[in-house]
Design a protein around this ligand. Structure first.
Ligand code: CA
Ligand code: CA
Length: 154
């Protein structure tokens, strides 16, 4: 009899916590997301959010060239930090490139690269509320990349 009273309360409490977690997740939108090919152009960019970490690979068919585009819109002004890292660290064999573009003004804000001796690159830039930003990762034609990458946006 006591359990008949307690169980619904417990279930309700669990639902409330779940609801709070879901609400928090959609508001803060910190998630681990996988890239979705084909994302090789601004028009087919993967939508991401500030707070996300993206997992992907820079290899086209047969290990060839690949471009990965990611897009997000800044809800507020402030600073964005983007870190692009090879999952293989110094074991990766090929250079890969990153650029950050303000798509609203069509302005390239920053460019950089990672290499076997420097397998992580962090770029910081100022965002404007309402502007859309593209982060573009590129591996030019050449040797296959041996490892995937992490792209953290915060
Ligand atoms: Ca890719
Ligand atoms: Ca791609």
């Amino acid at each position: 009899m006591i359990q008949a009273v307690w169980q619904p309360r417990k279930a309700l409490a669990t639902l409330t916590v779940l609801g709070m977690l879901l609400a928090g997740a959609s508001a803060a939108s910190a998630a681990t997301v996988l890239e979705s090919e084909s994302n090789n152009s601004a028009a087919t960019a993967d939508a991401v959010n500030i707070g996300d970490t993206v997992l992907g690979q820079l290899n086209g068919p047969g290990g060839g060239a690949d471009n990965d585009y990611f897009a997000f819109t800044a809800p507020t002004a402030g600073t964005v930090t983007v870190t692009f890292s090879s999952d293989g660290g110094t074991s990766e064999a090929v250079n890969q490139y990153i650029s950050v573009i303000d798509a609203t003004t069509a302005t390239t804000l920053a460019t950089g690269s990672i290499s076997p001796t420097s397998p992580s690159r962090t770029i910081t830039f100022s965002k404007t509320a309402g502007h859309t930003y593209h982060v573009v990762l590129v591996k030019p034609t050449g040797s296959p990349a041996l490892y995937g990458y992490h792209l953290a946006i915060s």
